[in-house]
Design a protein around this ligand. Structure first.
Ligand SMILES: [Zn+2]
Length: 192
């Protein structure tokens, strides 16, 4: 027998929330994943993104508890960034290793003040060890340098996420609880 000829294991796909938390067929497409054609989405159901499932109320509750635990441990401010840490900035889908952090540039990043003017905010340039794909209205491009605004009077600064290491990252599976027991009404006893 040749043990090497077992079924090849597919590379592990990142799990979706609906793979982990309690889910049910999508209420918009009734689990088909498709809906009437529209310009933006074709026939793909946009509620479930064609996945045909959605979280139940209970699943959503567990999911929210996990997200809150992740936020509590990963959400940091720009001042917490260090070279070598794994960070995720706005618009990034994964964590990337920080290669360098520049000195503070005062008035580097312009923000509209809501009255047609511009407020200039202090920022640092964060460089990652490898290019990060960024989705813009022009499509996806890759860049290694990002301007990250610091807290100031005009702004609370950019939110950054710092990965605490796998041992400290809350695992989604740990937040799955048993769904509440459905109460069934006892059938009325018929008067004899
Ligand atoms: Zn759907």
């Amino acid at each position: 027998m040749n043990n090497t000829e077992t079924t090849p294991t597919a590379p592990a796909k990142p799990k979706l929330a609906t793979d982990i938390f309690e889910s049910e067929p999508c209420s918009r497409c009734w689990g088909s994943g498709t809906y009437s054609y529209c310009q933006a989405y074709g026939t793909r159901c946009f509620k479930c993104a064609g996945r045909s499932v959605q979280l139940t109320k209970h699943g959503q509750k567990n999911y929210s508890a996990w997200r809150a635990a992740v936020d509590a441990i990963t959400l940091k401010s720009v001042a917490d960034l260090t070279v070598g840490c794994s960070a995720k900035l706005d618009g990034m889908t994964k964590y990337y290793e920080v290669a360098a952090i520049s000195e503070v540039h005062p008035g580097r990043v312009g923000h509209g003040d809501g009255n047609g003017g511009t407020i200039w905010l202090p920022a640092v340039t964060v460089t990652f060890t490898r290019p990060v794909p960024v989705t813009t209205v022009f499509g996806v491009h890759k860049q290694t340098e990002f301007e990250v605004t610091l807290p100031s009077e005009a702004s609370k600064g950019s939110e950054v996420r710092i990965h605490p290491g796998n041992d400290l990252m809350p695992q989604a599976e740990a937040f799955v609880t048993a769904p509440p027991v459905k109460r069934t009404r006892k059938p009325k006893e018929s008067a004899a």
